[in-house]
Structure formats: structure tokens, C-alpha cells
Design a protein around this ligand. Structure first.
Ligand code: HEM
Length: 523
């Protein structure tokens, strides 16, 4: 009789072990399903519009400014959480700060993952972006690097770069004020491209391949980042449908965006590597991290490439939205602009504000917080996926549910923010005019383990650009050919990241001295 080789013995033994393991897995899966069914029957899910058979609430789902409908549902059902089921996927919307704090912070082990989202991850190719990674080892490794490289200390270390690019931005505003949207984008991308890769953007108004790639990646995130915008999120099988198939236009859209995301993920990184090989790479986050790698560490290189692309694309995005809103508010509320300028003029004379003045300008800081509250850049924070069955306030929340944080509803809650639709920086101040430590705008940056790691860099850039703009310029309504003032439409783009749509305004130097102060900045 042929003897069994060690390998075969091992295989047989493994199989013998695997049979009970498989049975155990099957039984526990069935028990899990049974429990879920029983729990669904025993405990109600959070309230929400009545679903139809099979398609569930597909036709109830809003497609524009979803956050407003979700808030109305939350008020209508008098519930922090609202539940809908779309084509078999449970979606739970979190509408209050109490629920957000409980679920995302206290129960962060269960609520920190992301749903699969095949449109954004597989078709557009943003798998490398930290924000769309599930709560697993790869996310931890990426998050550690981004957290380290965007720390408050790193932000302080890079202040000279922020000042340098702010001066360029102010000069751009002076030279071609009508192109202020371009100058804002140029500022955000220039700072982050130099910080992450040591590369320089082209002058504002000149086509720049890096800005184009970063804005393309951000556009893709904006368009596909809200869960369920594309049907393929609910029915992942659709990702295999070819682009010529009727109704599969999403494939062509994804292909177009993929070009930008691929460039953002690879080209600047490649340039740094080439420059390092030639010995003339500028100091940057990427060159510093690559220099520490041992030769042949492919996984380490991928990690550096992905985190760099995440910081570059994300860093080029959000503060742009905040700055657009800032200009819009200055046009709409001259009295708020005058108050902020009066504060700056009382503290800073004969020069523009610097980082050292920040604590002495509480009204300016409050104004920035109010910009983030009044027009949240991410009104529905990036979606989460619940990792195990859970209960909240007597409601059953099944594992696998997509959890949507409604930040807009939270920042518009009148119990936290009185008269929430009114733009009022003083809500963040004490009676004495100092910043009130009990009032914050933290939800604007997300929640728990997935909270925005770039918030210190973002706050720093917003402060220096807004304080210096206010010190040097007056922003007023544009005037049409007949001499009438033009009121901006106050329209915003739809999507995960929200931007004020283009509008006209007058941006003029406050005095001849302001021009000299811009040229003298950080000399
Ligand atoms: C005003 C500016 C900014 C705002 C309002 C903002 C807001 C947010 C929000 C709401 C999230 C989702 C958090 C969640 O899932 O709970 C987020 C995630 C993220 N932000 Fe920001 N952000 C800003 C600037 C930046 C900057 C400058 C960077 C540069 C590195 C950055 C990098 C990221 C990353 C990498 C994530 C994903 C984190 C993760 O999933 O673990 N953000 N941000």
C-alpha cells in the first residue's frame, strides 16, 4: 500500500479539521441570521418612511441636499436616528450630536469602518485614499502616518511655507481680483504640494498638472462620496456591466475620474523618487519618509505613496470650500467684515497679521468657526459601516448597516446653536468677547477614530489667509453695467464636499499702505 506522504497526511488532517470548522461557521452564520431576524422582530429598527417590497425606500431617497430631507425625517419621526432600507441595504442616518457622540466616539470599535462603495473604490480607483479604507490594518498604518505628518507640531513647523504662499495669494488677489476662486485653489494646492512632495505649482491662472489631478480626484470624491449616489453602491454586481450597456454611463464617468486619481496617486511621488536618485530632491514629507526606508521595502513605498496622495488631494480640497464661503459671507454681511477689520486694526498696525496675533483676534477665530458651521464643507460626513449588531435607544441596528452622520443637522440644531440659520460669529464668544471654550464646531471635522487628521493644518491655513485678506482688502458686492449691486446667488454644489458656486464680488485694497504691507510680509 502506498504510504501517505507527510504533505498528504497534513492535507487530510487539515481537511478533517476543516469539516467541523466549516460546520461551526455555517451554524454560527445561521444562528447569526436567526438572531438578526428575531431581533428585527423583537426590537424595532429606528423609524423612517415606509418601504416598498424588494426596492424598499429607493424612491424616497433624496438626490439633492440629502441632509435637509434627513433632518426633516428626524423631526417628523421625533428620533435621533432614521432608518431606510434601499434594495436590501439598511441605511441609518444619525441626526443629533448626542447619538453621534455615543455611536462614533463611545462605541468607536463598532462604528469606525467604511462601506464598500464600489463606484469610488473600485471604478474610480480611490482605494488608496485613507478616507475610503475599511477599519482594518491598512487603514491603521495609513492613518498613523497621516496623523504624524499632519500633527499640530508639523503645522507649526510649516508656518514659513504657509506665510510664503499666503503672500503670493494676496499678490494674486491684488493683481487679478476677479479670479479669486483660482487664487484660493492655487494657495491650498501650493502649500500642500510643497509640504508633501517639495514640488512647486505653476503661477495662479496657468494650467498646472498637479492642481488638475488633485481637483479631479476631489471632484470624483464629491460626486461619488455620498453612499448610494450611484446604484452600483447598493448592487455591487453592476460594476461588471460594460460601459456601452444602456444605463451604464457611470462607467464612463468613473473612467474619466480614474485618470485624475491615478495621476494624483503616482506622478508627484515618482518625481520625488527621481529627484532623490539624482540627489536634488527638496525636503518634503515624502522624501523624508522614503529616506528612512530600507532598500526593496515595496510595502513601505506603497504606504508612503498612498498617504502622500491622500494628504495632497484632501489638503487641496476642504479649505478651498471654506475660503469661498468666507468671501460669500463678506459680500453678504459688510457689518461682520467691518467688525473683524476693526478688531485686526486695533491689534496690528503697519503690518499684516501673523500667527503670533491669533490669540488676540478672537472675533476672527469665531468668524472662521462660524464659516465651518454655517456652510459645512462635508454636510454628510463620510459614511460608516456597522461591524456588529447593536442597540441604541431601544432600537435594533443590524451589522452591515451603512451609517450616515448628518453633520448639517447637527450644526443646525437650535438647542446647540441659537438661530442656526443666521450667520453670527458671536455665538462662539463670551460676553466679554473672548472665545467661549464651551462652544465648538468640532462636528464639522467628523467623529471618533475617523475624525479629520488635517484639522490643525486646515485651521492654520484658514486663519492666516482670512486674517490677512481682511487686513488688506475690502470685499463688497459687484456692480453690474447699469450700476446696480449684484447679490450673489448663494448656491452650492451638490455632493460629499460642498462648494459655493462661482459668484462675482469686488475685492479692493483697503489703502496704499496695504499694498506695501503685502510686499513686506515675512521679509
Ligand atoms: C476646513 C477643512 C477641512 C474640513 C472641514 C475637513 C473635514 C473632514 C471630515 C468631516 C472628514 C470625515 C470624518 C469622519 O469620517 O467622521 C474628514 C476626513 C479626512 N480629512 Fe479632512 N477636513 C478638512 C481639511 C483636511 C486637510 C487639510 C487634510 C489634509 C491632510 C484632511 C485630511 C483628511 C483625511 C485623510 C480624512 C480621512 C480620515 C479617515 O477616514 O480616517 N482634511 N475631513
Amino acid at each position: 500500500m502506498p504510504s501517505l506522504s507527510t504533505d498528504t497526511t497534513h492535507t487530510l488532517a487539515t481537511r478533517t479539521i476543516q469539516v467541523p470548522v466549516a460546520l461551526l461557521a455555517l451554524v454560527s452564520t445561521l444562528l447569526g441570521l436567526l438572531f438578526t431576524r428575531m431581533a428585527r422582530r423583537r426590537f424595532a429598527m429606528p423609524p423612517g418612511p415606509k418601504p416598498l417590497p424588494i426596492i424598499g425606500n429607493y424612491f424616497d431617497m433624496p438626490t439633492h441636499e440629502q441632509w435637509k430631507t434627513y433632518k426633516q425625517w428626524s423631526e417628523h419621526y421625533d428620533s435621533d436616528l432614521v432608518h431606510v432600507n434601499v434594495l436590501g441595504t439598511d441605511v441609518i442616518i444619525v441626526n443629533t450630536v448626542t447619538a453621534a457622540d455615543e455611536l462614533f466616539r463611545r462605541r468607536s470599535a463598532l462604528y469606525s469602518s467604511r462601506p464598500k462603495m464600489p463606484m469610488i473604490r473600485d471604478l474610480i480607483g480611490l482605494k488608496w485614499h485613507l478616507a475610503f479604507m475599511p477599519h482594518q490594518e491598512t487603514w491603521r498604518a495609513n492613518r498613523k502616518i497621516v496623523g504624524q505628518e499632519q500633527s499640530p507640531q508639523h503645522t507649526i513647523n510649516t508656518r514659513p511655507q504657509q506665510l510664503k504662499w499666503t503672500r503670493t495669494y494676496l499678490q494674486n488677489l491684488m493683481n487679478s481680483p476677479d479670479n479669486f476662486f483660482e487664487h484660493i485653489q492655487h494657495l491650498a494646492s501650493a502649500v500642500v504640494l510643497e509640504d508633501v512632495y517639495g514640488l512647486q505649482v505653476k503661477p495662479s491662472g496657468t494650467p498646472d498638472p498637479f492642481i488638475r489631478a488633485a481637483t479631479g480626484a476631489v471632484e470624483a470624491m464629491g460626486a461619488a462620496g455620498i453612499y448610494g449616489t450611484y446604484l452600483v453602491d447598493y448592487l455591487p454586481i453592476l460594476k461588471y456591466v460594460p460601459s456601452w450597456f444602456p444605463g451604464a454611463e457611470f462607467q464612463s464617468a468613473a473612467k474619466k475620474w480614474r485618470e485624475s486619481t491615478d495621476v494624483a496617486a503616482s506622478v508627484p511621488f515618482k518625481l520625488v523618487k527621481e529627484a532623490m536618485a539624482e540627489g536634488d530632491a527638496a525636503l518634503s514629507i515624502t522624501s523624508k519618509l522614503l529616506a528612512k526606508l530600507s532598500a526593496g521595502d515595496v510595502a513601505g513605498e506603497t504606504l508612503i505613496r498612498h498617504t502622500g496622495a491622500t494628504m495632497f488631494s484632501q489638503g487641496s480640497a476642504a479649505s478651498v470650500s471654506a475660503l469661498r464661503t468666507f468671501f460669500l459671507i463678506m459680500v453678504l454681511h459688510p457689518e461682520i467684515q467691518a467688525k473683524a477689520q476693526a478688531e485686526i486694526d486695533s491689534i496690528v498696525r503697519g503690518r499684516l497679521p501673523t500667527f503670533a496675533d491669533m490669540d488676540a483676534l478672537p472675533y476672527v477665530s469665531a468668524l472662521i468657526k462660524e464659516v465651518l458651521r454655517w456652510a459645512p464643507i462635508v454636510p454628510l460626513a463620510f459614511p460608516r459601516q456597522l461591524e456588529a449588531d447593536d442597540m441604541y435607544d431601544g432600537y435594533f441596528l443590524p451589522a452591515g448597516s451603512v451609517i450616515v452622520p448628518n453633520t448639517w443637522a447637527i450644526l443646525q440644531d437650535p438647542t446647540t446653536y441659537r438661530n442656526p440659520t443666521v450667520f453670527d460669529p458671536t455665538r462662539f464668544l463670551t460676553r466679554e468677547g473672548t472665545l467661549d471654550p464651551s462652544k465648538n464646531v468640532d462636528p464639522a471635522f467628523g467623529y471618533g477614530r475617523r475624525v479629520c487628521p488635517g484639522r490643525s493644518a486646515a485651521m492654520s491655513m484658514m486663519y492666516i489667509s482670512i486674517a490677512t485678506t481682511l487686513a488688506a482688502f475690502n470685499v463688497t458686492k459687484a456692480v453690474d453695467e447699469d450700476g446696480f449691486h449684484i447679490k450673489p446667488s448663494c448656491e452650492y454644489t451638490a455632493g460629499l464636499l460642498r462648494y459655493a458656486k462661482p459668484f462675482k464680488c469686488e475685492i479692493e485694497l483697503r489703502s496704499a499702505e496695504a499694498e506695501m504691507m503685502i510686499h513686506a510680509m515675512n521679509d
